[in-house]
Design a protein around this ligand. Sequence first.
Ligand code: ZN
Length: 276
Amino acid sequence: MSIQLKIPVLTYHGMNINKNTYAENDHLALASDLETISELGLKVIPLSRVVDWHQGSLPDEEVFRTVAITFDDGSWFDYYDLDHPTCGVQRSMLNILKDFNLRNVSGHMAHVTSFVISSPQARSSLDKSCMIGKDWWGDQWWMDAASSGIMDVECHSWDHVHSELDNVAQQNQIKGDFSQVKSFIDSEIQFTKAGEYIGSVLGNRPSLFAYPYGSASDYVVNEYLPKYQSRHQFRAAFTTEPKAVSKADNKWLLPRFVCGHDWRSPQELIEILTRA
Ligand SMILES: [Zn+2]
């Protein structure tokens, strides 16, 4: 009897910068974690390959001892080195990956996926309320990132139904909980309109989705996503349920671990990676 193969998917937030320590800065955590992953002999593969495997088009042999990495929210901290007002210059998440790939002699290129908030108005508003108000949430970098060969740009909803927005695309204006998106009209905006906008920037539609706040309604999982695929064009969606992806998982509920929440030290990451 073979052991059930599982692949951990790790999630970081580029704007998590409170101090220059592992536990309070996702950039420092990512740089350290890439080394830990490498020391454990694991490869970082594209999230799309994990989905290929999950959907049966990639054999187990291709994904043995692998992990995938994702970034959420899609601020400029994913792409540009920026001078943070209290913590100083921060190497971008993509440049940390590039640095790692340059040092890595094995020839394997680690790859990441950035899940971006689609709505330009939502990003502009959140830039002022949640970040530093320096206009660091534009989508100018999406195309270059997607062309880098080591970062895919995918979808993190239209507006994140974010609690800091005046108005959200949820019919009762319930904010801060994506599982309250549970009608066709709301889903059309959060999935299809979101995918259309990202597609208009990139030249092709995103195929992967990460739920804001990590969860989704039964309507989205059992009705909208399975039945309207020709409209939204996604082929899988990710939660933040803290476990590794297995073949038994629903493709609209693929789990991910979150840095700073599910692990706060290299040792805790090792426990996650060796358990999988
Ligand atoms: Zn988010």
